[in-house]
Design a protein around this ligand. Structure first.
Ligand code: SAM
Length: 276
């Protein structure tokens, strides 16, 4: 008998994967956590029924969330990742020798434990001596961090449950204060096909807080619609600027850095009325 896992990406659309087995399933304090072994994408982390990351396509998302900012900033030393309990973004950040500290603030410790046990290629960086792992609410953490970070990367779930606060203007104002005077941030901002109001809203909120806000795209097969957005906001450096620091990657490269900011017309429309 075949066993299929289906994520309902919208009320009328889903992605379904043939699975070998369920490796882990638990109700944590915050969410339903599962690690399943799929034939197409390998092991997959699923939270509240939504694909978070898979062995086969995680490199796209983690590289594109990390390297645009890491290449735009001339010398990132102190980096904060909010969410990202699977460790994939931390792994990418650690590829730069300038990084002295990388702090992960993940609200659900069970996600970290499951990633360490079942997704070692993704969570590999969590044991690096430069890494501090805090099991805490990212909303609270940035409130108490002033002028600490060169780069802040927000690798959150979609705006439900504990992640709602990670999309608010108050959070972005606290991010601004937590960044150093030349800092920049990037947030994952969902699908341009299915989350247009969210993308417009985040863009306008960041535009009110930061002098420079830019959106870029990447294709992530297992995310809803396969097209994903990231919103960068900066105190001074242009996120489009790539300093061509050598780095080993599978998706990101210096041409992809530039191309990611070339937006299709329907995405430009989402931002038009928000642009200063
Ligand atoms: N790449 C995925 C995506 O784009 O949906 C996100 C992956 S990562 C596993 C998302 C993490 O954000 C989850 O582990 C979740 O527990 C965490 N998270 C949600 N709200 C949070 C908060 N307020 N503070 C810290 N972590 C939070």
């Amino acid at each position: 008998m075949e066993l299929w896992y289906t994520e309902k990406q919208t009320p009328s659309l889903g992605i379904t994967c043939l699975i070998r087995e369920t490796l882990c399933r638990k109700q944590t304090k915050y969410q339903d956590l599962a690690i399943i072994d799929t034939l197409q994408f390998g092991k997959m982390l699923v939270l509240d029924g939504m694909v978070q990351t898979t062995e086969k396509d995680e490199f796209v998302y983690h590289e594109m969330l990390a390297h645009i900012a890491m290449q735009a900033h001339p010398h990132p030393r102190h980096v904060l990742v909010v969410g990202g309990g699977d460790g994939g973004v931390i792994r990418e950040v650690l590829k730069y020798d300038t990084v002295e500290t990388a702090t992960l603030v993940e609200i659900d410790g069970e996600v970290i434990a499951a990633a360490k046990e079942y997704l070692p290629q993704i969570s590999v960086g969590l044991d690096d001596p430069r890494v501090t792992v805090l099991v805490a609410d990212g909303v609270e953490h940035v409130k108490t961090s002033v002028g600490k970070y060169d780069i802040i990367l927000i690798d959150s779930t979609e705006p439900v449950g504990p992640a709602v606060g990670l999309f608010s203007e108050e959070f972005y104002r606290n991010i601004y204060r937590a960044l150093k005077k030349d800092g920049l941030m990037v947030a994952q901002t969902e699908s341009p096909f299915f989350n247009q109001d969210l993308i417009s809203g985040v863009y306008s909120r960041l535009n009110r807080v930061f002098p420079l806000t830019k959106l870029y795209l990447a294709s992530v097969p297992t995310y809803p619609s396969g097209l994903w957005s990231f919103t960068a906001a900066s105190k001074c450096y242009d996120p489009l600027e790539c300093r061509k620091k050598p780095v080993t990657t599978k998706y990101y490269n210096f041409d992809v850095h530039q191309g990611a900011f070339a937006l299709p017309n329907f995405v430009r429309e989402l931002l038009k009325e928000q642009t200063k």
